[in-house]
Write a protein that binds this ligand. Sequence first.
Ligand code: ZN
Length: 273
Amino acid sequence: MIARFRGKSPVAVAALLAAVAAAATGCGTASAYADPPAPSGTHAAAPARAAAGSPLPLAGEVVGIDPGHNGRNFTDPSFLDRQVWNGREQEDCDTTGTATDGGYTEAQFNFQVAGYLRADLVKAGARVVMTRTSNDGIGPCVTERAAIINASHADVAVDIHADGAPSTGRGFTVLEPVADGPNDGVIASSGRFAADVKAAMLTGTAMPVSNYDGTNGTKLRDDLAGLNLTTVPKILIEVGNMKNPTDAAMLTSAAFQQQVAGVLLRAITMFLR
Ligand code: ZN
């Protein structure tokens, strides 16, 4: 179900966002990586139960989260080098991801934000589908990540990454799909979601739009399986540049990671409601 924000009055939207913010409190103590594993084959978190007479703001919604890479990808180069069809061309199954100069890995950052976001979404009543449930594994391939989220029929989904660009580069970029067949039905909706994410990042964090990638914080990408193969509205966010000292100090901070999760929750709510 996708009911658009534009159909609601500003007052109704403000009340809704306040309810989401209230539902999201305490995210620092509850996170996906501390949870027991999801039932095998589903990777789905049970939705929070709504109190009688007060439905939670995202009740009935399904949200996909893909935390890029995995913590032990580096141990299996042959797995990563496996070639998969990304909808336009052959692509590596996955990569190790980048890291800060201090050694904090992108895989860890992605998983931390995903965990905070998952907890926030469950509190808001959504069902969450994750493409991985720990940071101690290998994979899955980018094609399987897309398939997991497609199979869930998520109402919206986000791929979480951070970049490894030259150290002078700063800022975030929201990557949007380009029509290629499988994703034709979700190009426009993904574009609307990208605008929601960009707006929420600019109002909710101190991270600027990228000064080296895309245009004013967004970029069309036709070379990524997660966007080429998606059949649900989806964007990929590069939250910052792990090789830039200013960005790295933010990206490695738990407070900033929770802030990004809150921003994504807000953008998801704007998009779905
Ligand atoms: Zn990445």
